[in-house]
Design a protein around this ligand. Sequence first.
Ligand code: NAD
Length: 458
Amino acid sequence: MNVAIIGTGYVGLVTGVCLATKGHLVTCVDQQSSRVAMLQRGETPFFEPGLDTLLRETLASGTFSATADTAAAVADAELVIVTVGTPTTEGGIDLTHLGTALNEIGMALAADDSYRVVVIKSTVVPTTTTRFALPLLEHASGKVVGQGFGLTMNPEFLREGTAVNDFQVPDRIVIGEYDARSGAAVQALYEPYACPKVHTGLSDAELIKYTSNALLATLISFSNEVATVCEAVPGTDVETVMDALHLDRRLSPVVNGRRVTPAILTYLRAGAGFGGSCLPKDVSALRHFGGEHGLSMPLLDAVLTINAARPQQVVDIVHAELGDLRGRSIAILGLAFKAGTDDLRESASLRLAALLLAAGAEVSAYDPIALGYAHNSVDPRIRIANDAPAVFAGSDAVVLMTAWPQFKDWRWGDLTTSMHTAVVIDGRNALRKVEWPSAVRYRTIGTAKAQHAVAAVG
Ligand code: NAD
């Protein structure tokens, strides 16, 4: 099928490139001409494993192209997929980008008599497609939905860091449809994907996305609340508690004599809090949406409150180890909101850095992938180190905030010798298997017990 994708960020580009690998003729549109130029050269504007290779392959095969011209892309398309950002503000979901994109699409629809299906893939709160997108498209196009154009809501569940595989091997595809004709077009788009295709109304599709993210955020905050208990009660350890919890057969069933470990269990682990472009904003948006309908949302309130407190709890551990933080040098390991991405949006590392700076500490940071973004976008008071030894040298504590797998394999004994005081705080419980030299004081999330005696190195 001929497909136009409006908004070529994480979701738009992964969607476009992956659909192009299935033989669809995809044109990705972005308002940023520099981004379009990069894509035309075969360069991805962000880090996502496997995406650059597929971009170059689909460009070469002619199934993928990029442009800044929405009207031209829509003119050639049977399906127009909208993947612009929908950030959450104090006032709820911000539909500015969506409104602009839909207006441009509507005007392009008006240019001829062809029937096309508009697919809202951006995450939007229930009723947005019906009450916002539909009238806007009808007004801008002069056409009537169901006759002149079709309309669907098709939420995206990919996760940054594993986005290509998530898109290529989906758990399910949700097709919220205005009518059967619209839904059939999206069903045809996804024909190459062997997974359940769930046809729903438009608002159910919107709510399914928020429900999915709210559940994940709830599991994380639940685990972090258990960690808070463990941090207050010497002799308890959240990892021990969670390991045993996971063994409940309802969480990890035994199939043919072997225990299965579902991926959902990774969300039942304590850490320094969730971040990223989706969980915080989507939980906030759902909470706000409930409020607009006169609903109190006490569970989601608690999920966000617990999450907001986690970076401060890490600061409290740093403070317990070092005392007054004024003038102390604290190194943060990992700036991306999670491993596998260079996305810094709502990263817990940046919230920790802000708290440490406010406490008078000097903050440096290192990330294996997100350095390019970090140099341009973080608080200029954060010293960005270009390699691991540089971030350790002279620091009073290092705090691991992103669980990059390579951190586990570092020669911690060597690296910590250049520190002023050898304090390592593990905000993701990722280094528990490291054999620490006796000079290092290693502190974890979700435990009050000190595991080694502190010692000054230099
Ligand atoms: P993003 O900010 O990375 O990308 C949005 C892109 O849209 C930008 O490149 C921007 O320049 C472009 N854009 C904005 N207005 C435009 C217009 N009028 N015409 C052309 N281009 C325009 O956003 P994202 O992370 O890809 O998220 C997009 C949507 O998908 C959001 O609603 C988000 O909640 C949802 N989502 C994101 C993820 C994720 O992991 N990032 C996962 C699932 C769903």
